[in-house]
Write a protein that binds this ligand. Structure first.
Ligand code: GLN
Length: 585
């Protein structure tokens, strides 16, 4: 039976049906195909990197792609998760706070994601429970199967309707065997049944071990992991073997035999130097062609488009490998022992280094150890400094000492969100004679609360999903460094995630002290970008936004580009004649 017939027969069953398959209006059976990526053996195999790389390769062929991450946890979003435990919170343009994997998808695909690309168990259960309260289940007992699984399929098909994608890439969080994701896997089994042949392609990501004491690759754990997937009713079409070294034929053959996947569909996806190499690994191994074949998508692909896209990507990789002049940028943060908390900052620096021919080394500066007495020595070897986003009081004075050092010594500086607020505090205290200036986040009673809670944040209780979030337009003042970095465009769209802002009452005092507010919100007096004139400091700029979230490999973020350029000793875009006019009131 074709998928269309199967879906309509499900829709026409009796009132007391065991089927529960809500199909969103406008769904076109057969249009959207589904690739599911399952993790076996252990977590941390890079499912997101693999899924986004495969999606990129298919996008390069001219196919429309849409990823979705299915998280097992019950939180409604990632906003309240501690970056120590879960890595950075990635904010989407539409305000959704989600897992850092969404950042990998945006960067790899050079495509903005929306809340439809991210699901948690909390969202699924909320939808089910709200429907139950509305009487939406017609007196039925509401069950994991078919109602919760039905909601998962509904979500996938809603994404298909919203994006009209040729292929949806589904990344199932966690590892097969986890209680948390079992119902997602069951939903995908049902999806394959309902959508019919050539509509779904299941990829098992597994791990081939190489115990140092044995010196050879062992495939047993991989076999057992895949067996667990088979027990869930999912027969993988493709197996991607993660490993330290290229996976040898013997291990691949064993895996093929035990999992009934033809050998030419068992691939080695061994470690490589950069995640941006993975799309090329996929192409070189013809893994992409197998997926296109399994899904019957040949007639929708455009090989000539892929050639151009591939050339651009290879060029990026050549420059990435070439490296170049080594420069060291300090990142002064609190979560420095967990690099994942700064994943996008790391990537943005890499994008810029690759573009400019520099090898950017990051020196992680643990700010809780920094004092006015040791800051010069600690930062002496740096060519640039970033104070990234952050929350809470601990480490703040160390960060302010770092900003002061950068401002006084001409060390190129980029402040991100909290790094913007601290630059204001430092300037107020040390240049504008406002001793005791602070943010009310750190000292409610401070003498000069130059940073205060946003007016519409004062009424809010609780911590979930209620900061000033998502993409916002920023008006850039013509002629300023910020505008010049951004090719003199009058407006930029940046991502935000904050509760506090510069109190507008202090703006004129700070400006008469020499600080330039070069980016503002269109409708409110919210300061979004600050800078110092370049005759005072070669590169001192900060933004209330998180430009690291919108940097892309082939389109690096201008603020970061400017920093790396300044760190390399190159000057940033010179002012045009017109903009040589006084730039601050
Ligand atoms: N804690 C600050 C605020 O809430 C900065 C937030 C951030 O750096 N993301 O405004």
């Amino acid at each position: 039976m074709s998928s269309q017939n199967l879906l309509s027969s499900i829709a026409n069953v009796s009132d007391d049906t065991e089927f529960y398959t809500p199909i969103p209006a406008g769904y076109k059976p057969g249009k959207t195909k589904y690739v599911g990526v399952f993790g076996t053996v252990m977590s941390g195999l890079g499912k997101g990197i693999f899924a986004s790389s495969l999606a990129k390769v298919l996008k390069d062929k001219g196919l429309t792609v849409a990823p979705i991450k299915l998280e097992g946890y019950l939180n409604l979003d990632s906003g309240t998760l501690n970056p120590f435990r879960h890595g950075e919170v990635f904010v989407l343009d539409d305000t959704m706070e989600c897992d850092m994997d969404l950042g990998t998808y945006e960067r790899m695909l050079d495509q903005n994601m929306t809340r439809l690309n991210f699901s948690t168990s909390g969202q699924i259960f909320t939808a089910v429970l709200e429907k139950e309260r509305r009487g939406g289940y017609l007196g039925r007992d509401v069950q994991m199967i078919p109602h919760v699984t039905g909601e998962v399929k509904n979500k996938l098909r809603q994404l298909a309707v919203a994006t009209d994608a040729d292929v949806i890439f589904i990344e199932i969080g966690g590892t097969v065997g986890d209680v948390e994701n079992a119902y997602y896997i069951e939903a995908l089994r049902q999806l394959a049944f309902e959508e019919g042949e050539k509509s779904t392609c299941w990829v098992a990501l597994t791990y081939v071990m190489e115990p140092p004491a044995l010196g050879e690759q062992k495939s047993k754990a991989a076999q057992l992991g895949i067996k667990q997937l088979l027990q869930c009713g999912i027969q993988p079409h493709i197996i991607a073997c993660r490993a330290i070294h290229p996976v040898m034929a013997k291990a691949r053959e064993k895996i093929s035999l035990y999992s009934s996947v033809p050998l030419e569909r068992v691939f080695s996806m061994h470690d490589c130097d950069s995640i941006y190499i993975v799309p090329e690994m996929i192409r070189d191994a013809n893994l992409d062609k197998q997926v296109v074949n399994i899904l019957g998508l040949e007639s929708r692909t455009h090989p000539e488009m892929e050639l151009t896209a591939r050339d651009m990507w290879r060029d990026y990789l050549t420059r990435l490998k070439a490296g170049g002049e080594a420069i060291t940028i300090g990142v002064a943060g609190k979560y420095t022992s967990v690099r994942d908390s700064y994943a996008s900052v790391i990537k943005a620096l890499e994008h810029c280094g690759t573009k400019l021919g520099a090898k950017v080394e990051i020196d992680w500066i643990e700010v809780t150890d920094i004092t006015a007495a040791n800051v010069s020595e600690r930062l002496a070897h740096l060519q640039g400094l970033i104070v990234p986003g952050g929350f809470g009081t601990r480490g703040v004075e160390g960060k302010i000492a770092c900003v002061e050092h950068a401002r006084r010594t001409g060390l190129p500086y980029l402040g991100l969100c909290l790094g913007f607020q601290l630059a204001v505090i430092e300037y107020a205290r040390n240049v504008c004679n406002m001793a005791g200036a602070n943010s009310t986040e750190f000292d409610l009673e401070c003498k000069h609360p130059v940073i205060d809670i946003l007016p519409d944040q004062k009424q809010i209780e609780g911590l979930g999903g209620n900061m000033r979030l998502g993409g916002q337009d920023v008006i850039l003042k013509p002629g300023t460094l910020a505008a010049r970095l951004d090719n003199n465009t009058p407006e930029a769209r940046l991502r935000f995630r904050h509760r506090y802002e510069v109190d507008p009452r202090f703006v004129s005092q700070l400006e008469s002290g020499g600080l330039i507010f070069s980016g503002k919100a269109p409708d409110y007096p919210i300061m979004q970008v600050l800078e110092l004139p370049q005759n005072v400091h070669p590169y001192f700029i900060a933004t209330q936004a998180h430009p690291e979230l919108t940097s892309r490999p082939l389109r690096p973020d201008p603020f970061f580009l400017g920093l790396v350029q300044a760190a390399m000793g190159l000057s940033n875009p010179p002012a045009t004649k017109k903009s040589d006019a006084p730039i601050h009131a």
